[in-house]
Design a protein around this ligand. Structure first.
Ligand SMILES: N[C@@H](CCC(=O)N[C@@H](CS)C(=O)NCC(=O)O)C(=O)O
Length: 229
């Protein structure tokens, strides 16, 4: 096996890694962790792997341990993307843009993701400021994607999909779980649809499958069409 993923099926961060691996057509061993209600990520032996007590945790075949989701996406692309398009290391300006959105993905996780855990699993949280932070982040994303579309690009950083899109997709797509709907965000809805169109796309609970979204004629929308999720 290429790597081991300590995984929880309802975690948006774990899903980022599962989705990236699927897009790159990489197989791996998934170890299911009793995140809820068992809190196994807060106990040994998981705490030995990741003292921060968070999921996912990725262990490489060389026993290297990765505990930050965005770093896992970089590692996956460096290891398995033969075309170097998901993490185009040769293109410094694009890499800089990708780094911006990887950091932004952490904001989505800390706002939308935490609010979702509060809503779904009763995680204690000061919900009002977290919700305000989530909406602020989604507005920024909407603004950037609108700008991108004006330049003819459906993606976050450049003219083709990168790990930036995969990092930001899960918690944006899952925001209705935190009672934040997508109605006010047309550019986000089109981008979510474009990601769903990618070859190798997989879902998780809370994210609809593409075939249920296709129009009756069966025609797939282009990434820049106004067909929405
Ligand atoms: N900095 C970590 C954070 C990951 C994270 O917050 N994961 C959530 C699950 S999606 C978690 O384990 N939270 C721990 C908790 O809520 O107790 C990363 O980006 O990988």
């Amino acid at each position: 096996m290429s790597f081991t993923l300590y995984n929880y099926v309802l975690s948006g961060n774990c899903y980022k890694v599962r989705l990236m691996a699927s897009l790159l057509k990489v197989s791996y061993e998934a170890v299911s962790v009793d995140f809820h209600p068992g809190k196994a990520h807060k106990q040994e032996p998981l705490l030995k792997l990741n003292p921060a007590g968070t999921l996912p945790v990725l262990v490489t075949a060389d026993h290297e341990i990765l505990t930050e989701t965005q770093a896992m996406l970089v590692w996956l692309a460096q290891q398995y993307d033969v075309d170097n398009t998901w993490w185009p290391a040769h293109n410094q300006p694009q890499i800089t843009g990708i780094m911006q959105w990887l950091a932004f993905a952490s904001r989505l996780s800390a706002t939308v993701g935490e609010l979702r855990l509060h809503t779904m699993l009763n995680k204690p949280l000061d919900a009002a400021p977290t919700r305000a932070g989530a909406i602020k982040a989604l507005r920024e994303l909407e603004s950037h994607l609108t700008e991108q579309r004006i330049h003819g690009h459906p993606w976050l950083a450049g003219s083709s999909p990168t790990i930036a899109d995969i990092a930001c997709f899960p918690y944006t797509a899952l925001s209705p779980d935190a009672n934040i709907e997508h109605d006010n965000y047309p550019a986000i809805r089109s981008w979510l649809h474009a990601v769903r169109c990618l070859d190798g796309f997989i879902t998780m609970p809370g994210i609809f499958e593409l075939h249920t979204l296709r129009n009756p004629a069966g025609a797939d929308a282009s990434p820049l069409s106004d067909t929405v999720a």
